[in-house]
Design a protein around this ligand. Structure first.
Ligand code: ZN
Length: 91
């Protein structure tokens, strides 16, 4: 540890993102199969429903995942940010 390192503490708001099962009559959640990855490009991660065992490959991300923001966002702001890709400079 160098003495010159400066650390800054910023309180962040963390959001857990769960992927709902795609089956209409199932309220289970899709969860990643721990440690498994299908090495394509980009990589695909096998997920399995917690209730009905439906399987699905998800590209490039595993669920549930944690997203952190410095500010508290409401649902529509979160969605806009999520679908517009990487958040750029904030005003
Ligand atoms: Zn299900």
């Amino acid at each position: 540890m160098s003495e010159s390192l400066r650390t800054i503490r910023t309180e962040v708001k963390a959001y857990q993102i769960d992927l709902h099962c795609e089956q209409a009559d199932c309220d289970g959640m899709m969860v990643t199969c721990e440690g498994m990855v299908y090495m394509s490009s980009p990589p695909q991660y096998p997920h399995k429903c917690t209730k009905c065992d439906t399987k699905r490959y998800i590209t490039g991300i595993t669920y549930p995942c944690i997203e952190q923001h410095k500010e508290v966002l409401n649902e529509s702001e979160l969605r806009a940010r999520y679908y517009s890709g990487k958040s750029g400079a904030t005003s």
